[in-house]
Design a protein around this ligand. Structure first.
Ligand code: BG6
Length: 507
């Protein structure tokens, strides 16, 4: 039986991958260019891909195989993060790239795709295994799955057929559940991989190692010792040409419903019995279901909506959200959202979990800060103990690491205390490049490992956390914008914490 963290199988990343083809719907989109193709190329570079391998890009734009290869070459060379682009390797990788034009709503696409898959299976020895990746606009997810189902491409005797579905999985609770029903009519749960790329980040995975691979932290990880938890995902960028999408989504849907609630679940879940897909996902799901439901009348007290307005940052004029291309000048969209959540279970009852995210904040940083209760007596004077309770910060990005703040005696006469930091830094400790989330998650799906993918019950539970807020917000007219680009968000967010005697730390 594997150990809790797969310690009997420490090279989880080294499981052999069966020959297969990856079919990307939405091959002309941004995600394919920026993330998927660079990740696949990098996996090839790392020799993680099987000899029998091919990628078929599907999109409506007319392109030849060669033109698609050239486009992908440019994208990979441009978006490959901190790794070299090797022309020779690219040439052999590109031989396995193919392109299929087609419209997701047109049955002819699936007939053509079926034939193409047959030819490629023979030419590239992919053994009939296929991983489909839905990276289209979300309205195409269900039609694509149904199209695959009608053409019989969703299963194949003696081979695997799996499907990765990009976020957002639904626009609200009802649409998430409807999408699930349509997808489940065609595919069984084991073949569905709902991606949340935050779960693939090394540092998010490391939360489990930190908590359950060490003996000293878990005894403190509860309401007796933890005062409150802050999860921050700040971005300095604006909406970067995605104004149209973002205007409909907003920060709560775009970041909190999925990424940050999954991070919170990873921080707060119970230890799984083993490090295996269902055991880990059961615990994450259980935690998400234990988040206290927000009553409509409580929304103004526990949720804050923000939108950035124009500002000058570093001498440069920065447009407000409503001035971004494709955005309605009256838009009520949240480019900042903060929630104050509680968990109804024995471990966490009464401990606030504050979550915030926003665009155009002062810097890009994602971290989790766990503030512990103060020492019961301030024998060195009130001031020191009041100012610096112990704080554990798990830095997800960009400087991945973990820091612990504690008080230390200032050298010299008297007993003056100052907070100091004990730091672990990924880069300095391991000196190796960490795989991107998409590398990890693509490889996992190719291996059939769904541990880091979300399940329908998790998706629905996290929708039900944000749904009451979305509903109240949609019926309320807010006075927006309410924070300047480049600031830490609206004053109401500070007030929400101040009402409980807390304040946002500056990451
Ligand atoms: C995406 C959101 O899911 O996550 C984007 O749609 C956001 O708006 C991005 O910028 C953040 O991801 P990361 O990995 O850069 O933190």
């Amino acid at each position: 039986m594997p150990g809790l963290l797969g310690l009997d199988d420490p090279l989880r990343f080294n499981k052999p991958v069966a020959p297969c083809a990856v079919v990307i719907f939405g091959a002309n989109g941004d995600l394919t260019k920026r993330k998927l193709m660079p990740a696949l190329y990098r996996l090839a570079y790392e020799r993680r891909l099987p000899a029998g391998f091919a990628v078929i890009g599907v999109s409506r734009t007319p392109l030849s195989d060669d033109a698609f290869r050239e486009k992908m070459r440019e994208s990979v060379a441009r978006f490959l993060e901190d790794s070299p682009f090797d022309e020779e390797l690219w040439r052999s990788f590109a031989q396995g790239l193919f392109y299929q034009i087609g419209d997701i709503g047109d049955p002819a696409l699936y007939t053509a795709l079926g034939e193409r898959l047959g030819q490629i299976a023979a030419a590239r020895a992919t053994a009939g295994n296929v991983l489909f990746y839905l990276s289209t606009s979300p309205s195409q997810y269900a039609p694509a799955v149904e199209g695959l189902g009608s053409a019989g491409l969703h299963r194949h005797e003696g081979a695997f057929r799996r499907i990765i579905i990009e976020k957002p999985f639904g626009h609200d609770q009802a649409s998430a559940s409807e999408l699930n029903q349509r997808v489940r009519k065609v595919l069984d749960e084991q073949s569905i991989y709902r991606i949340d790329h935050y779960l693939g980040k090394e540092t998010v995975q490391n939360i489990l190692a930190f908590r359950f691979g060490n003996g000293i932290f878990e005894p403190l990880w509860n309401r007796r010792y933890v005062n409150h938890v802050q999860v921050t995902a700040a971005e300095s960028i604006g909406v970067e040409g995605r104004g149209g999408y973002y205007q409909e989504a907003g920060a709560l849907r775009d970041m909190i419903q999925n990424h940050l609630l999954q991070v919170m679940a990873t921080i707060a879940m119970e230890p799984p019995a083993e490090y295996a897909a269902e055991a880990v996902r059961d615990e994450r799901a259980k935690l998400l279901k234990s988040i206290q439901r927000i009553l409509p009348e409580d929304v103004p007290r526990v949720a804050v909506k923000g939108q950035y307005g124009p500002a000058h940052i570093g001498g440069q004029a920065v447009a407000g959200f409503r001035e971004e291309p494709g955005v309605d000048p009256e838009a009520q969209t949240d480019t900042y959202a903060a929630l104050s959540l509680e968990i109804d279970n024995w471990r966490w009852a009464g401990v606030p979990f504050y979550i915030r995210t926003g665009k155009r904040l002062p810097k890009r940083v994602t971290d989790i800060a766990i503030e512990f209760n103060r020492a019961p007596l301030a024998i060195f004077g009130d001031e020191t103990s009041a100012q610096s309770p112990n704080l554990l910060v798990i830095r997800i990005q960009p400087e991945e690491g973990i820091s612990l703040r504690f008080s230390s005696k200032l050298p010299g006469a008297g007993m003056n205390l100052r907070p100091v930091m004990m730091d672990f830094n990924y880069g300095a400790s391991f000196g190796t490049r960490t795989p991107t989330a998409y590398e990890t998650l693509l490889l996992d799906a190719l291996e059939g490992d769904a541990t880091l993918y979300t399940r329908q019950d998790m998706v629905e539970a996290s929708w039900s956390v944000v749904q009451p807020v979305l509903e109240v917000w949609s019926e309320t007219k807010f006075d927006l914008p309410n924070y300047a680009a480049g600031s830490w968000g609206p004053a109401a967010s500070d007030e929400m914490l101040a009402a409980r005697g807390h304040f946002w730390r500056v990451p």
